[in-house]
Design a protein around this ligand. Structure first.
Ligand code: FAD
Length: 642
């Protein structure tokens, strides 16, 4: 028998669950249908090897979530009410070199510069400026990450308003290799910064991926690395608790095979066993653009053609999870155990390092050119393994399409590649020996795709490549970027292939905002209701963006930091602020001046990018025209509203 809901959701990935929680909190009757035995999709912690050892099967760290108002304002009560706790690690990444040296990226800029200065004083000085610029622009980008994307045209013209914006455009459209080569001189420093970029599944020379060169330092020096205590899946557990608290229902091991439509409107989901879950208001589904035609009948051929043209990431990841008897011990010392991500360089020559990406383009895995990373998660979180024991995760970049045998060959080949990673790591870890290993589970890109076949298409953990041409309101393609599907009303999309991107962003919030708008619900009002006051520090507290005039390290000095806060408060009091649909400050106007050409407007866009615009006489007349007589009583009332 089918049951009627207000909203039905295909997929209990974190994005679907996030959207479902907001909708359930708004009082909607919501059902989530999930094909796996586990909820969370790529946000899951399971006993993959032997009982008592808890492994993050896909995502590990939640850095993309760090500035999401869902966390910073605890909009869903995940932290205050539903028992979610995070560790914030102060060493986001460390690179170990074959000569025994290492380089650390600390949350602290000074310490990072000290680490770089071991290899190049000049690079340390360059990095200080680089990190400061990154910290400055990150708030602007983050503003737009957790709500529907701004139109690309408006975004580009905003960048074109200032030198800073034009510099940003340059970085966004160039390649990481380009940027590293013109900024830095030391090969070790370049390798150290290229490795985290590659973790985003980007080739060093991919044009239109350079933004990460700013976002990574900006995020790391503002937030560090958040990891849920108990494993990545704790986020999913908290979302499920929240969802059920607000009356939501989840059905597991039930595979959706069709979005049911009636007269061009989505009215429900049909599962493989023939059940129909009907929805009065809307259907939300985690469907990759390349899979739309499998789930929805009658879509426009042109739309499907454009959706099929999206570009996947150029390579993927193979993961091997180990239960180990004794925690991992590193030749480089205990500093490694404090780092979130540990990268292993097998060469100290940057050209050779860049050449290691070449086999990936050809669908090959070459032992001598394998690039790998890995850490024992129990070092930061003892709850993950029995006392004294460890959970080691190792990863390597690999192609999805193998030159010999295609993706299907992975089932026979994955153990061999996992052994190659193990051999590669042994010179860095003293006890990664056969005797210390209790059990291992290996997942190839093909396995990742099997775990979430409508997100991780072609084994791509980001759903799609994170290229400039398919970012923001072009993600996945302009026609689908508004979370809706042309030709089918009442159908909404979420997933790593949508804005903001692949990763644990809590991007379902943006889809929820769009659905709230269409359903005539007040997002802010719903978010504000039933709030619990947090009585503990969570690490997610809102971070003030650095102020331009202040020296780079100002936030470290309490007196200077207080001055910054005072300046910001004063600015906030005197500026006229225009808010976006989600109540986020978008444009602040600090002064209006008489100019030769018209009225000069000075301020900031998204808190950081300078705005200096002229309102010309003809446009002023047009503005007055927009302000029809009918609005005058409303404006008078607005003046006196508190
Ligand atoms: C190996 C690996 C490592 C990663 N590491 C990180 C990391 O450290 N940090 C980070 O931020 N990100 C990481 N990611 C990426 C991150 O996991 C994903 O971007 C994220 O999980 C996407 O979330 P989602 O909810 O949109 O989609 P998914 O997590 O893919 O969830 C989609 C859900 O829909 C379900 N579903 C699909 N089809 C159907 C159907 N027909 N019927 C019913 N249910 C269906 C799936 O089973 C799944 O549960 C990693 C990914 C992988 C694979």
């Amino acid at each position: 028998m089918s049951k009627q809901y207000d909203i039905v959701v295909m997929g209990a990935g974190h994005n679907g669950l996030v959207a479902a929680c907001y909708l359930a909190k708004a009082g909607k009757k919501v059902l989530v249908v999930e094909r796996n035995k586990w909820a969370g999709g790529g946000v899951v912690t399971q006993e993959l090897t032997v009982p008592g050892f808890r492994h993050d099967q896909h995502s590990i760290s939640h850095v993309c979530l760090a500035a999401n108002p869902m966390m910073t304002d605890d909009e869903l009560g995940l932290l205050g009410k539903f028992d979610l706790n995070y560790n914030f690690l102060d060493i986001p990444s460390i690179t170990l070199f074959p000569d025994g040296t290492h380089l650390c990226l600390y949350k602290d800029v000074d310490k990072t510069c000290e680490s770089i200065a071991q290899f190049s004083q000049r690079d340390a000085e360059t990095y200080r400026k680089h990190a400061t610029f990154g910290k400055k622009v990150v708030p602007m980008f983050l503003q737009g990450m957790y709500s529907p994307p701004a139109p690309m045209g408006a975004f580009l013209s905003m960048l074109d308003q200032s030198q800073e914006g034009r510099d940003l455009f340059q970085m966004m459209t160039r390649s990481p290799l380009d940027i590293l080569n013109y900024m830095y001189e030391s090969d070790k420093v370049k390798i150290h910064f290229m490795k985290p970029v590659a973790q985003l599944l980007q080739m060093p020379d991919d044009m239109g991926t350079g933004l990460c060169m700013l976002m990574i330092p900006g995020l790391m020096h503002t937030y560090g690395i958040p990891k849920p205590v108990g494993g990545s899946g704790r986020l999913t557990d908290a979302l499920i608790r929240c969802f059920e608290h607000y009356g939501g229902e989840v059905v597991m091991e039930s595979q959706v095979d069709k979005v049911v439509t009636k007269h061009g409107r989505a009215v429900g989901l049909r599962t493989q066993d023939g059940q129909l879950h009907t929805a009065k208001d809307a259907v939300l589904a985690a469907i990759h653009p390349k899979r739309l035609d499998r789930f929805i009948d009658g879509l426009d051929e042109d739309l499907l053609r454009r959706a099929n043209r999206v570009k996947s990431s150029p390579f993927n990841i193979l993961t091997a999870h180990y239960a180990i008897n004794e925690k991992a011990k590193f030749f480089a010392g205990d500093v490694v155990t404090k780092a979130s991500a540990t990268e292993y360089a097998t060469t100290m020559n940057f050209k050779e390092f860049v050449d290691q990406f070449e086999p990936l383009r050809r669908g090959e895995v070459i032992r001598e050119k394998l690039m790998f990373s890995g850490a024992d998660q129990s070092h930061h979180d003892p709850s993950r393994a029995p006392p004294g024991k460890g959970v080691m995760l190792t990863q390597a970049f690999v192609p999805y399409f193998l030159k010999d045998g295609g993706p299907q060959r992975w089932d026979d080949y994955k153990e061999e590649v996992a052994d190659m990673i193990l051999d590669g790591m042994r010179p860095f870890i003293s006890n990664f020996t056969a005797e210390n290993i209790i059990a291992r589970t290996v997942d190839s890109p093909l396995d990742h795709e099997r775990h979430s076949p409508n997100s991780f298409v072609d084994g791509d953990e980001h759903g799609l490549g994170t290229y400039f041409f398919q970012g923001g309101s072009n993600r996945p393609i302009p026609e689908l970027s508004n979370y809706t599907v042309p030709g089918v009303s009442g159908l909404y999309l979420c997933g790593p292939f949508m804005h903001p991107s692949g990763g644990v962003f809590g991007g379902g919030r943006a889809t929820a905002i769009k659905m709230f708008q269409d359903l005539g619900l007040d997002f802010q009002k719903v978010v504000d209701q039933d709030r619990v006051k947090l009585t503990r520090t969570t690490g997610f507290e809102k971070k003030a963006p650095p102020v331009e005039a202040a020296p780079p390290e100002v936030s470290a000095a309490p007196v200077a930091a207080a001055a910054v806060q005072t300046a910001q408060a004063a600015a906030a009091e005197h500026d006229v602020v225009l808010y976006g649909g989600d109540g986020e400050p978008m444009i602040s106007i600090s002064s209006l001046e008489a100019g030769e050409a018209g009225l000069l407007i000075n301020g900031r866009i998204y808190g950081t990018v300078p705005l200096r615009a002229t309102l010309k006489p003809a446009d002023l007349r047009r503005s007055l025209g927009l302000l029809s007589w009918g609005l005058i009583p409303f404006l008078i009332k607005l003046l006196f509203k508190r």
